[in-house]
Every structure is written in structure tokens, then in C-alpha cells.
Write a protein that binds this ligand. Sequence first.
Ligand SMILES: [Fe+2]
Ligand SMILES: [Fe+2]
Length: 304
Amino acid sequence: MSGLETIAKFGCLSDENRWNANRYDFPWLAELDEHDREIVKLLDCLRDGEYSGQASTTQFYDMLINAKKNGYPEELVADWSPLFSYMYTIVYEEMRHGIVLGLLYHYVTTGKTDYIAQVDVRDFGKRYIWCYEERRYWDKYSYILTHLFSEVINTELYRDVVNRVHHPELKAALANIRNDEARHIAAWTALIKDMINADPRHKKAALASLERGLLYHNAMVHETYFEGLNKMLPLFLSNQGDKLDPIRRITRQKYRILGELFGDDNPYSEKEVQDMHLDYLRTASGHTRAKFSEDSPTNIEFVA
Ligand SMILES: [Fe+2]
Ligand SMILES: [Fe+2]
């Protein structure tokens, strides 16, 4: 195997499934009912999260460049090449998601459709690309794993939002995003598996960094992540009397992926993955802002 087959495959899948953004002109916006508008109003932090794909990619490149400078072996740097390549797809597709959500939010909060024209690019760069300096929670292995496992959350969140909204065009727009996120799960899984199998040193390092990779969301790189987490929790559908259902769906997927990546070396049971998640949610509950801290064992310091 050349090592490029997986990236070629998922590059083609992205091409084949590329949805038409219709030049970000959505004539159906005025038809949204009150229920749909209320849901869209909860999605401003999710818009920020989508755009922060720009920051997490920048931080990822920054990490690898620094690792190379600081003596990380060249053959191991080279094994990351397909992941470098896939980051381009992520940056582009997450940007498309951000524009769709930004446009929807701008319309329901202002009644205007001039969203893209009124974005200040300097503010954009500051908020969504260069926001990572004070939120370096990861090493390179936990970071790439975080990119993978966060897509599980993204997919499940969009699945529930799609189920909730009424307007068929809004449903379709959000379903396009959901499908991209699901493809990102498959691509990251396959690409990380290739890397892990390329050299036992990768597997050892990935296992050592697994906990944070499994639990932290790569969108924690931007300012409003925890505000969004608390705001959007109610959007996860749950069966009456079974509030754990969304967590169970997420846990099941993450556990399946752990098995796929690490086989018998996966250190966590499904129950442990679920308990870790619940702990994380409890800690994050009620907070809106966080930054990196050396003083905390989680490296998260809540500042609001
Ligand atoms: Fe996305
Ligand atoms: Fe994604």
C-alpha cells in the first residue's frame, strides 16, 4: 500500500458528495416559522465552532512544524502527510458549514441577507484563526484524535437538529452538513489508522494521549465553545425519561472507533467512555469561557 490510497479515496468522496451552496443565496429564509427561528438563534456558537476549523488546522500545522524543529524523527513526520492533506478538506468544508450557519443566524436576528458582505475579515481572522494561542490543550497525537472524535459529536448534534426543524430546505441544508461530518468521521478514522499502523511509535504515543483525544472537542480552540456547549445541550433529542440516550449514541460510536484504531490495546470499556463524558459535561456545566492553564490537571481554566 502506497499510503496515499486513503487520502485519494476520501478526497474523491468529498468531491462526489459536494453539495451545491447555491452561492449562499437562500430564497426560502423568509418562510422559516417561529420554531425554526428559535432553533437557529441557538446556533451562533456552533457557527463559531465551524469556523474554528481554521484555527485547529493552523494549530495542527504549527504543532507539527515545531515538533520537526525540535527533533521529532523525520520518518515519523512524513507519516503524517495524508493527515496534512486531509486538513485542507476540513478547512474548506468546515468553512462552508460556518457560512451556512452564519447566514441563517444573521437572517433570523437581523432580517438581513447581507451576511457575507458585512463580515469584517480582520475580526474573522482574530476570532477563528489566531484564537488558539491561549487554548493549546493538546499534544499532536491527542489533537489529531480530538479532530476525529469531535466529528462524532458534530454528526449526532446535526442529526438531532435536522430532526427538530420544520422547513424542508432548512432540513436539507443542515443534513448536508451532517453528512459531511459523518464522512469526516470515516476519513479521520481511516487516516489515523494508517498512521498508527505505519510505526509502533505512533500507536504508543496515540495511546498515551488517548484520554484527552477522546474527550476534548477540537472546537475548544475558540472562545465561545463552552457557551455553545451549554446552549446547545437541549438540542440533543432524548426519549422521554431517557436523557442519557444521546450520550449513549455518542459513546457507542466512540467505542466502536477505539476498537477499530487500537484493537485489543484499547484501554477503555464502553461504560468508562460514557462516565468520562458525563464527568466532562458536569465540569463544563454553567461555564461560558475557558483558557489553558498549567495549574489545572485538565489544563482547562474556566474564566466565566
Ligand atoms: Fe462542520
Ligand atoms: Fe467536520
